[in-house]
Design a protein around this ligand. Structure first.
Ligand SMILES: [Zn+2]
Length: 405
């Protein structure tokens, strides 16, 4: 059989990528173990590793404890070989983090967005922030990729923001514009998917194959991880859990439909409930002109304000029923709740757990866990950086990225 040169080169790249990933996964691994794990001949492994050491992608560390005979030298991946940048786009600002190839955050930057933004303003703001990071950290020749997290509907393949209700912009070619500017691959995904990636690699999803992340606050978002991969659906928008209809012909939702979970359980619904009921609660200290964000409501609840406690419990009830359906549908190992407010654990979790207990699988000896996310504030940027890192090592893209520097 005739093998074209191109495919030979490709096979070599696959092997290389596999070896790199094996070393990334198992710090301090020996050549023999890589060969065993990947079922590739030791001479092939040795050649690849020599190449990787010459390129400074991999380095040797001390010797393994001798089991008799020759002592194997152990290998580590050089996490500082390159850098990636993770960006979270918010309503009024962008948050930017620089990481190494292990996802360790090295530098953070915040840039404000103008009150009224357009696609061009957003791209210009990102460009300026990336240039600033490159300059301050002197990484002009080390940047290998950029990951971006944004709320809304994203075409992941094209790296395009199709529509964002939060930002009121549509059809922004983020990848195209930024790849042209910086000459490195740029990946874009919905912010909740990106958060789920951070959970998958560094958080409570680390040892789970199937889990769901629910973000809760002004809106309700959801990232679905199946077999350790984000589930995207046909149009890239899977996980619109907040727009599951929970009451037919119910309350109007911001998405234009009626009876969505979000219209009953998110921040707006709580605010509305509180404002409608202030007069019914004697001695209630909540003011009509209060800016009732979820954080503020939780603050009131912490101070023992009954109306705020009731509003949180009511939302938790709706959310609980939504989660119950989600569990019955997907049978995940874990539901990870991530909230903009910090008191969810105290005021909402007991109600949610009580409702969810009645799931279809309740008789199974293994129970589904409901946990609260413990990721740091930078989880979104970290997830965005991780998106770029995972893509870089997924394909032979790293070659291309290096070439374009
Ligand atoms: Zn809706």
């Amino acid at each position: 059989m005739k093998v074209r040169n191109g495919s030979k080169r490709f096979i070599k790249d696959i092997n290389r990528t596999q070896v790199i990933n094996e070393i990334r996964k198992n710090e301090g691994i020996s050549r023999t173990d890589i060969s065993k794990n990947l079922k590739l001949g030791l001479s092939t492994i040795t050649n690849i590793i020599e190449e990787l050491i010459n390129e400074e992608l991999v380095y040797e560390i001390g010797e393994d404890i001798s089991t008799g005979g020759r002592k194997p030298v152990l290998l580590n991946f050089n996490k500082n070989y390159g850098n990636v940048i993770g960006i979270k786009i918010e309503e009024h600002k962008i948050l930017v983090s620089l990481t190494n190839l292990k996802g360790e955050i090295l530098f953070n930057l915040k840039a404000n967005l103008t009150e009224k933004i357009s696609g061009n303003i957003l791209i210009d703001t990102i460009k300026k922030a990336v240039y600033e990071i490159i300059k301050v950290n002197n990484i002009k020749n080390k940047l290998m990729g950029i990951g971006i997290a944004v709320s809304g509907l994203v075409d992941q393949k094209e790296g395009k923001l199709i529509y964002s209700g939060l930002l009121s912009i549509e059809n922004v070619e983020l990848s195209k514009e930024l790849e042209n500017e910086f000459g490195v691959p740029v990946y874009v995904d919905n912010d909740v998917n990106v958060y789920s990636l951070a959970e998958l690699y560094y958080g409570k999803g680390k040892n789970r194959d199937n889990f769901v992340v629910i973000t809760y606050g002004t809106g309700i978002g959801c990232g679905i991880v199946i077999d350790r991969k984000i589930y995207y659906g046909e149009l890239g928008g899977a996980g619109e859990f907040g727009h599951m209809v929970i009451l037919p012909e119910g309350r109007m939702c911001e998405c234009g439909a009626k009876g969505c979970l979000e219209a009953y359980a998110a921040e707006n619904a709580m605010r509305q409930y509180i404002l409608e009921n202030i007069s019914k609660y004697e001695g209630c200290k909540i003011n009509y002109i209060d800016n009732l964000t979820i954080n503020r409501i939780e603050e009131y609840a912490s101070n023992g304000e009954k109306l705020a406690i009731d509003a949180l419990a009511l939302s938790a009830r709706w959310l609980g029923y939504g989660i119950l359906s989600l569990i019955n549908l997907l049978n995940p190992a874990t539901i990870i709740l991530a909230s903009e407010g910090m008191k969810m654990q105290k005021f909402m979790l007991p109600t949610i757990k009580e409702i969810v207990k009645n799931n279809f699988f309740r008789k199974h000896p293994k129970q589904i866990e409901i946990v609260v996310s413990e990721m740091e504030n930078e989880a979104w940027q970290l997830g965005a950086a991780t998106l770029a890192i995972s893509k870089i090592f997924e394909l032979k893209l790293y070659e291309e990225a290096k070439k374009s520097l």
